[in-house]
Design a protein around this ligand. Structure first.
Ligand code: ADP
Ligand code: MG
Length: 718
């Protein structure tokens, strides 16, 4: 048996088992070895055979052997007799008057036994115990019980899956270990790293994971594999970083001076300290001959657009090196059309006094600023005209959605790509952009989702990170309240009071758990529609209630947004997919229905919508549940207005998977646990860096190279 062999080569599988293994993505013997137990059934807190106390009840976990029906010669009663064994010893077991037990009780499989201890402390035995087979170890009838198995008091329980039992894995892995296949795998963790961190080598750790003799072995093995996964991930990120330093960028000369020129040209705005610091980092990176790859993290409303505008200004006022005409170009990608439109307008405001041309390209139309006909505004132009001007380098700054990375769009000198709120914008997309010009553009990814440090280092380990940890002055703190069913009227009273003073409100309708995204849109639209109708008819007949959801056409969305911006709509009922980043300073109330369905970070982001001005804002969280855990999470929001603190709380309370909604990360449960452990992540990163620095092609680490490549592909969904 070899690790790369398909499982079917060595195991006879019934169709349901084949389906189950396929579902678990287990094809090879190696996959099987890396399919880890979720927990162990053990005697922890219960009895152990070596410490039995006569005249007490005991519950043990172990296996039976040598069960026999007998006639007891003294009393002439019938009985069943046999041995029970856990990792700590062996004890005799007796059932009186139950001769059939010998046939009924499974031998050689892990069971739980509970009964009375009899005899003396030196020679205890157990009488008339109840026996149950451990969950997941029920007999499938396929494998005969094997009485020769090493007795142990720890039994692995594998992730629950229809069609295949823990018992199957237990026996299959016993055969794999017997064959020695696990010793043929090469360890992706180099020996020096293992020694440094006192980690067991791969073969041993696999045994400890699947057939441990002691609890502490399982812990050591789990630690090793958690480290392994993070180490492999970080190695991939380090390789990407390394590749970046071998690429050419468009170096932007005097970037800092250009940034300063732009900032000084703004009349009513002084950058915050945090914006200035981020721009210092960015200016330094932009002037490098290698492309910048940077993540800019900053809470909603912290002013990331200004930072992007300043960086863009530095690029679009620079000439391509060796040329006497033309400028470098910038692409700015927003997550939705509404936001692309809004940002287009923001940039016009930031640049209107400067000689800068800006284009907007979306699925529903293209625009250009400045306009020959509309002074100070933008004109609609055809897509082909815009593409032509971009290709000739005449439009220096292009704002759009994902459409910007489509093949048909050619830039002349794309020097900087800014991506707003797209977590999945990975290496592949970056490479797609690189193909659009003669050098690799500088890359700036911006996010309002505060990412705990461990997660940021792991998922964005190939990027440098700048943080804007300060809001522009004069922002009022949002009053946040959890609203029970009995407090709804009070909430509407507050809303009405705000509306009466001319302010506006958002009502966000819940995310609905639904695996199919097209259905999800429809369901969310339905819930938003129903709520809008109800609010208009029963609660706020005197105000205009508007609607915005993902199933509307771009034009409908646009109209709704404009009406809300212009104050023609007083209350905007929206689903959570469309609203991110929307900027209407006059809105001071946000109601979030079904609040428990959102992650804390998302809620925090939603709350940021009403923190755009100095009016005292309100955020009402209206959960559909009274579950203690949900309320605990929501209470964190009442208490804290620090996005990072909330993200950290989310990570600890719900795990990393929930931080950005229900995305697939390609990170295992073990990896998710590891992300809660800053020391482990730090170690993985340092070791990965050391290995890649010494051996950038990983020529001496083929096993690691293979794993890192596979993991990067998976993580980017390629
Ligand atoms: P983000 O994209 O980080 O959520 P924005 O860039 O949209 O935030 O900025 C939010 C608001 O704050 C905008 O109205 C912007 O004009 C304003 N703003 C940004 N920086 C400053 C500053 N330094 N001083 C005052 N207002 C600012
Ligand atoms: Mg923004």
């Amino acid at each position: 048996m070899r690790p790369e062999d398909p499982i079917v080569k060595h195991f006879r599988l019934v169709p349901t088992q084949q389906v189950a293994l396929r579902k678990l993505k287990l094809n090879s013997i190696e996959d099987l070895l890396y399919h880890f137990p979720v927990r162990y059934e053990h005697a922890g807190g219960e009895g152990r055979v070596h410490a039995l106390v006569p005249k007490t009840k005991v519950s043990l976990i172990g296996m039976f052997s040598k069960l026999e029906a007998k006639k007891l010669w003294k009393s002439r009663r019938t009985a069943t007799e046999g041995w029970f064994e856990d990792g700590t010893g062996k004890v005799k077991v007796l059932w009186f008057n139950q001769p059939y037990i010998a046939k009924m009780t499974p031998q050689g499989v892990p069971v739980r036994l509970s009964g009375m201890v009899a005899g003396t402390p030196e020679k205890p035995y157990i009488t008339n115990p109840e026996v149950s087979v451990l969950a997941g170890h029920e007999s499938t009838g396929l494998f005969a019980a094997n009485t020769d198995e090493n007795a142990t008091s720890l039994f692995p329980v594998y992730p629950e899956s229809a069609g295949i039992t823990s018992r199957w894995f237990f026996h299959a892995l016993a055969r794999v270990f017997e064959s020695g296949a696990h010793k043929l795998l090469s360890d992706p963790i180099p020996p020096t790293t293992r020694e440094q961190l006192h980690l067991p080598e791969l073969g041993t750790a696999l045994v400890w994971m699947h057939v441990p003799e002691e609890e502490r072995h399982t812990q050591t093995a789990r630690k090793r594999f958690a480290f392994e996964e993070m180490f492999v991930l970080h190695t991939g990120k380090m390789l990407e970083r390394c590749a970046n330093t071998h690429e050419d960028s468009f170096p932007i000369l005097d970037a800092q001076t250009r940034v300063d020129t732009f900032l000084n040209s703004l009349e009513h705005l002084k950058p915050t300290g945090a914006q200035t610091r981020a721009l210092t980092d960015i200016a330094r990176a932009l002037s490098s001959p290698h492309p910048m790859a940077r993540l800019l993290e900053g809470d909603v409303g912290s002013g990331k657009t200004l930072v992007a505008a300043a960086a863009a200004y530095a690029a679009i006022t620079s000439r391509p090196s060796g040329r006497t005409s033309g400028t470098l170009q910038v692409a700015y990608m927003a997550p939705t059309e509404i936001l692309a439109q809004q940002h287009f307008e923001s940039f016009i405001r930031y640049f209107k006094h400067l000689p800068v041309s800006i284009g907007l390209i979306t699925g529903s139309g293209c625009k250009k600023f400045p306009s020959k006909t509309a002074r100070g505004g933008a004109t609609t132009i055809s897509r082909s005209q815009l593409l032509k001007w971009v290709a000739q380098g005449e439009i220096a700054f292009v704002v759009g959605t994902h459409a910007l990375i489509q093949k048909s769009i050619q830039f002349k000198h794309l020097a900087l790509a800014v991506v707003d709120e797209q977590h999945r914008f990975g290496t592949a997309q970056r490479r797609a952009l690189a193909r659009k010009g003669d050098a690799t553009p500088h890359f700036l990814s911006m996010t309002a989702t505060p990412i705990p440090r461990t997660l940021a280092l792991t998922l964005y380990g190939d990027l440098d990170i700048s943080v804007i940890d300060e809001l522009p002055p004069g922002r009022a703190k949002v009053t946040t309240r959890i609203i029970g069913a009995d407090k709804r009227d009070d909430m509407y009273t507050t809303m009405r009071r705000e509306l009466a003073t001319g302010r506006q409100a958002y009502v966000i309708c819940p995310r609905i758990e639904e695996p199919d995204p097209t259905k999800l849109n429809a369901l969310m639209a339905k819930s938003a529609k129903a709520e809008a109708k109800r609010l208009q008819k029963d609660v706020f007949p005197e105000y205009v209630v508007g609607l915005l959801h993902g199933a509307m056409t771009p034009t409908e969305k646009d109209t709704a947004m404009r009406d809300f911006e212009n104050g023609n709509i007083h209350i905007l009922v929206a689903t959570s997919v469309v609203e991110v980043g929307v900027n209407v300073p006059n809105a001071t109330v946000i109601v979030i229905e079904g609040a428990e369905r959102f992650g804390l970070s998302q809620l925090h982001q939603l709350r940021g919508r009403v923190q755009r001005s100095s009016h005292a804002p309100y955020c009402f969280l209206a959960p559909d549940t009274k579950s203690a855990l949900s309320l605990k999470r929501l209470r964190a929001l009442e208490k804290s207005s620090d996005g990072f603190e909330l993200a950290e709380a989310d990570l600890q309370l719900r795990g990393a998977g929930d931080l950005f909604g229900s995305q697939q990360w390609g990170v295992s449960d073990l990896g998710m646990e590891a992300l809660k452990n800053p020391r482990l992540i730090e170690a993985a990163r340092i070791e990965a860096q050391r290995v890649v620095e010494l051996d950038p092609s990983l020529a001496k680490h083929p096993a690691l190279a293979l794993r890192a490549a596979a993991t990067s592909r998976e993580l980017h969904g390629e």
